[in-house]
Ligand binder design. Structure first.
Ligand SMILES: [Zn+2]
Length: 120
């Protein structure tokens, strides 16, 4: 399948995807924050399933917050025209990688060196 996409339309698609992901992440974050507020008064019982769930939500919130940061950063880079360039070595990032991981800032080699696990 060969689809000749111009750099511009590709940028539009990537921007759209980043904005969609950002919106989804922000929505998820506000849901998590809602749940975190419902902590209530569960008493001191450690290992209480409700407390455990609350802690899980805390961990999820941290993950979502860092995803939002990455997405916002990627959108900024898109505006600046530096999107798709590896922040570490300055080489262009492989398009397949950008499509799979639009908020990435590192080319596959630098990501591997940085131990980004999920690359491959
Ligand atoms: Zn690199």
């Amino acid at each position: 399948m060969t689809n000749e996409m111009t750099a511009e339309s590709r940028e539009t698609i990537i921007r759209q995807r980043l904005q969609d992901s950002l919106r989804a992440a922000q929505e998820e974050l506000s849901q998590i924050q809602q749940r975190l507020q419902d902590k209530g008064d569960y008493g001191p019982g450690t290992g209480d399933p409700l407390v455990v769930r609350w802690e899980l939500n805390l961990a999820r919130r941290d993950r979502v917050e860092s995803r939002i940061e990455d997405l916002e950063h990627a959108l900024e880079r898109l505006e600046e025209g530096t999107y798709g360039v590896c922040e570490s070595c300055g080489k262009p990032i492989d398009l397949g990688r950008l499509e799979a991981l639009p908020q990435t800032e590192l080319c596959i080699e630098c990501a591997r060196n940085a131990g980004e696990g999920m690359a491959a």
